[in-house]
Write a protein that binds this ligand. Sequence first.
Ligand SMILES: O=C(O)C(=O)C[C@H](O)[C@H](O)COP(=O)(O)O
Length: 211
Amino acid sequence: MTDLDSLLARGRLLPVLTVAGPSIGSAVAEALLTAGLPLAEVTLRVDGALEALRAMAALELTVGAGTVVTPDQVDRAVEAGASFVVSPGLHAAVVERCRDLGVPVLPGIATASDLMLAVELGVETVKMFPADLVGGPAAVKAFTGPFPAMRFVPTGGIGPAQLSSYLSLPAVLAVGGSWLAPRDVVAAGRWDEITRRTRQALQQIDEERVR
Ligand SMILES: O=C(O)C(=O)C[C@H](O)[C@H](O)COP(=O)(O)O
């Protein structure tokens, strides 16, 4: 297991954030830390995402960059302080650049062919994206047949109602999603709401004994 895998396995949640600028990034990071979750992914989808990531990386939080689709973005994310890289899909050049820099990478997969390439590249943990459309927990189970050693972080369309069906599967390390800190909640500066949602999810995971 990489350090990232251990962190994912401990918290079992990967908040996917779309945040811009240092002050908003820091406020969201503090909201997650207050809830007891020291991990987040900042998607490089908006201007100011790297500045947010840089500020968050200075806090007691392990922060990764998401929506990374080119090797060049890997360089910029790592320079800004990203501890890991997440991709919506599987691109060998992105995986290899992460390897070169010694940064854990969580590439996206949606098919058995993607998984075959992941195995060839030596990837042990993948993001299943978009998890709900790929087939949900049943898809993870089906993929586990031919790929018994692969670990999954399903992401896409996940909320409290889907947590236990994914997290009870041994092949699932964690689930990712934006529901803990959705864009409208961030835009309204409702940091307490982010803490509340995250606490609730962590509590649900404990109560359902899937952690
Ligand atoms: O930006 C990326 O790299 C992605 O792969 C997409 C995100 O992970 C999903 O948008 C999160 O999905 P929701 O929780 O349904 O909002």
